[in-house]
Design a protein around this ligand. Structure first.
Ligand SMILES: [Zn+2]
Length: 436
C-alpha cells in the first residue's frame, strides 16, 4: 500500500494543510459546539485571528475535567445523528460519553486502516483481535473497522484465555495479533506448559496496545525483550485514546508512533500550555480534525511523551511520538528523583521470578512521595527482597519498600481500586505532583 501523499510531504506542506483544517474546525466549533462557543465568548477569542497551527497557543486548552463537567455541551450534532456511543474508561473520576456519527465511524476506520498500513499490514493478512469488542470501548471496534476497510481477515477472539487464543491461532492461522503485550507473556507461559512452540505458528507480527514495549531511546524494554526472546515476531507499538479517535503507530523502523496529520494536530506542552523543545518530555495535547460528533480543541491527554521530527526511513515525513513515559498525574517524586511507574514496571519485568506486582504510592508526613511495592513471587526470603532493591537502586537510584504478597492479595489490592481493569499502579496521594 502506498503511503498517503500528505505523509510524504515536507513539514511545511503538512503545516499548511493542518492550518487550513484548524481554521475549518474553529468555524465548525463556533457554529455547532455549545461548550466552545461559550468558552470563546468568555475569553474573547476571535477565531478569525487564528491563521496557522502556530497560533494555537492563543487558544484555550481542554482538560479531562472540562469534558467531565460539560460532557453534553461538547456534542456538536443532534442525538439522532449519533450512531455509536462509547465512553472513556473513567479511571480518574466520571467516565465521559462520546457520540460518533456516521462520518466519525468512517474516520475511525480510515485512521486504523492507515495505522495498520504503517505497521506493514496488507489486505491479504488475517488479524486476531485479542481485545474487548463491546462494553462501549472504542478500540476493539476501531480495529475491526480498520481491518474491514483494509480488506483483511478478522478473527474476533476477544480478550483473555490463553488456551482459547492458541486454539484459535492453530485453527485459523492469523498473521497478525492485536494484543496487550503483558498478556503475550501469559500466552507464552501457557505455551511452555502445554508443549506449544510459538515459532511454528502462523503469527509473524503483533500490534501491541495499551502498554509500552520500548524505552525512551526506542530499544525494546524488558516486556518487549521477554516476548521476542521466546517468540520470533515483529512488535509494533500503537498508542491511542478515545478522545482523539486516532492512533500513533510504529512502522518497521520502530522509532516512535507516526502522527496522522489528516486526523490530528499534536502539540507537546508544559504546565503553562506552552510547547516544549523537541526531544523534551511534555504533555501530549491534541486537536481533532474531521470529527463531527464531539471534536476537541487542544485536549490535554495527561500522557507525557516526546516528539521526534527527523524524517523516518519508511518514507514518512510525519512527526513521531516516543513511548509514553507515564501519565502526568502518576509522576512520582522520590527522594529527589522524578520517575514514572512505567520505569519501576520495567525493572520488575526484567526479573522473571517476579510473577505479579502492584506499585502503591502515598504522601508521607513530609509531603513527599512514599512507594510500596507489593510483589508476588515464589520466593519471599530477605535475600530476594535485597536483590530486588539492588536492581531498583542500580536502574533508578531509588529503593522503595517491598512487601511480599500472595496472588490473591494482589488481586484484592487491585479490586480495591478498579473492577474494570487489573491495575498495576495505585495512587493514594492527596496531592498530585507538578511537571517541571
Ligand atoms: Zn517510519
Amino acid at each position: 500500500m502506498k503511503i498517503p501523499y500528505l505523509e510524504r510531504q515536507p513539514a511545511d506542506v503538512i503545516h499548511r494543510y493542518q492550518s487550513r483544517k484548524l481554521r475549518e474546525l474553529l468555524h465548525y466549533l463556533q457554529a455547532n459546539s455549545p461548550y466552545y462557543r461559550r468558552v470563546f465568548a468568555a475569553r474573547n477569542v476571535d477565531i478569525d485571528l487564528i491563521h496557522t497551527v502556530d497560533d494555537l497557543v492563543y487558544l484555550p486548552v481542554t482538560t479531562k475535567e472540562d469534558l467531565q463537567q460539560h460532557n453534553a455541551d461538547f456534542q456538536c450534532v443532534p442525538r439522532k445523528e449519533i450512531i455509536d456511543f462509547v465512553n472513556t474508561s473513567g479511571t480518574l473520576g466520571r467516565p465521559v460519553t462520546f457520540g460518533l456519527t456516521d462520518n466519525d465511524l468512517d474516520r475511525l476506520a480510515y485512521n486504523e486502516f492507515l495505522s495498520f498500513t504503517t505497521a506493514g499490514a496488507t489486505a491479504g493478512d488475517v488479524f486476531q483481535l485479542m481485545v474487548t469488542m463491546d462494553k462501549r470501548f472504542m478500540a476493539g471496534m476501531a480495529y475491526f473497522l480498520g481491518a474491514r476497510k483494509m480488506g483483511a481477515g478478522i478473527i474476533r477472539a476477544g480478550n483473555g484465555l490463553p488456551g482459547m487464543q492458541w486454539n484459535t491461532i492453530m485453527e485459523l492461522r492469523p498473521d497478525i495479533l492485536i494484543a496487550v503485550p503483558s498478556f503475550l507473556l501469559k500466552m507464552l507461559e501457557y505455551a511452555t506448559a502445554h508443549g506449544i512452540d510459538p515459532n511454528t505458528t502462523s503469527v509473524s507480527k503483533v500490534i501491541c496496545v495499551g502498554e509500552n514495549i520500548r524505552n525512551a531511546g526506542f530499544s525494546l524494554n524488558a516486556l518487549g525483550e521477554r516476548i521476542v526472546s521466546k517468540w520470533d515476531v515483529a512488535l509494533h507499538s500503537t498508542y491511542a485514546a478515545t478522545e482523539m479517535g486516532a492512533a500513533f503507530t510504529e512502522c518497521a523502523a520502530g522509532q516512535g508512533g507516526h502522527h496522522q496529520p489528516e486526523l490530528l494536530i499534536a502539540e507537546i506542552l508544559d504546565d503553562q500550555d506552552q510547547p516544549v523543545p523537541e526531544g523534551q518530555p511534555g504533555e501530549l495535547t491534541i486537536t481533532t480534525l474531521g470529527i463531527t460528533g464531539m471534536p476537541l480543541l487542544r485536549f490535554k491527554t495527561g500522557d507525557i511523551c516526546t516528539r521526534h521530527t527527523a524524517p523516518c526511513s519508511c518514507g514518512r515525513h510525519t512527526q513521531r511520538i516516543g513511548p509514553v513515559l507515564g501519565r502526568k498525574k502518576q509522576m512520582i517524586k522520590l527522594k529527589g528523583t522524578t520517575l514514572y511507574p512505567s520505569a519501576i514496571f520495567d525493572v520488575l519485568n526484567r526479573m522473571e521470578f517476579v510473577k505479579e506486582y502492584v506499585v502503591e504510592v502515598f504522601n508521607n508526613e513530609l509531603d513527599t512521595d512514599e512507594v510500596v511495592l507489593h510483589i508476588h513471587c515464589g520466593d519471599t526470603r530477605n535475600e530476594t527482597a535485597a536483590a530486588i532493591k539492588q536492581h531498583l537502586q542500580a536502574a533508578l537510584r531509588v529503593t522503595p519498600q517491598i512487601k511480599f504478597a500472595s496472588a490473591e492479595e494482589i488481586r484484592a489490592l487491585q479490586a480495591s481500586v478498579s473492577l474494570r481493569k487489573l491495575t498495576q499502579f495505585i495512587d493514594r496521594r492527596t496531592q498530585t505532583p507538578v511537571l517541571v
